[in-house]
Design a binder for this molecule. Structure first.
Ligand SMILES: [Zn+2]
Length: 161
């Protein structure tokens, strides 16, 4: 086996899976819990899995800071969902409920919602207010997504501690 690989964090158990770059990560399953590494849907993040998701993933991680009472957040939700399905597995999509996860919200200085923060290897790479339409979100994300990965390969991903 040769070639590059990347670490993808399981959305279910947060195990770090090393997936060869030549494999279709969209079809990969977690070597630890056997759930799909990507479901086509944003993942709800909490204080317990947030740090690992943003720091351990080799792919960019986009986080939507939102709240139940926020009208613009609700308007953006289907847009975020749709774009998540398009950009996985090149970008991981997370959602943080700012009411339930007030500490995370405070940590990143969230003052208005929805706020989108794009992380690379744990650091903030970019940040913007929510997008009301899929086109503007796509345009913004294309600069961070790598759509060149081949779509082939099978088998289970290996797990790293
Ligand atoms: Zn897992």
């Amino acid at each position: 086996m040769t070639g590059a690989s990347r670490i993808l964090v399981c959305p279910n158990c947060t195990a770090s899976n090393r997936v060869p770059a030549a494999r279709n990560a969209a079809a990969a399953k977690c070597g630890q819990c056997h759930n799909p590494l990507f479901t086509g849907h944003p993942v709800a993040a909490t204080a317990s899995n947030f740090a690992k998701q943003i720091a351990a993933n080799d792919i960019p991680v986009l986080v939507d800071f939102w709240a139940e009472w926020c009208g613009p957040c609700k308007a953006m939700a289907p847009v975020f969902e749709k774009v998540a399905a398009e950009f996985e597995p090149e970008i991981r999509f997370l959602k943080v409920d700012t009411d339930r996860e007030a500490a995370l919200s405070a940590q990143y200085g969230i003052r208005s919602i929805p706020t989108l923060i794009l992380f690379r290897k744990g650091a903030i790479a970019d940040q913007r207010a929510g997008a009301s339409d899929a086109a503007s979100l796509r345009t913004w994300l294309r600069q961070y997504a790598n759509h060149s990965s081949p779509r082939k390969g099978e088998g289970r991903a290996g797990v790293e501690a």
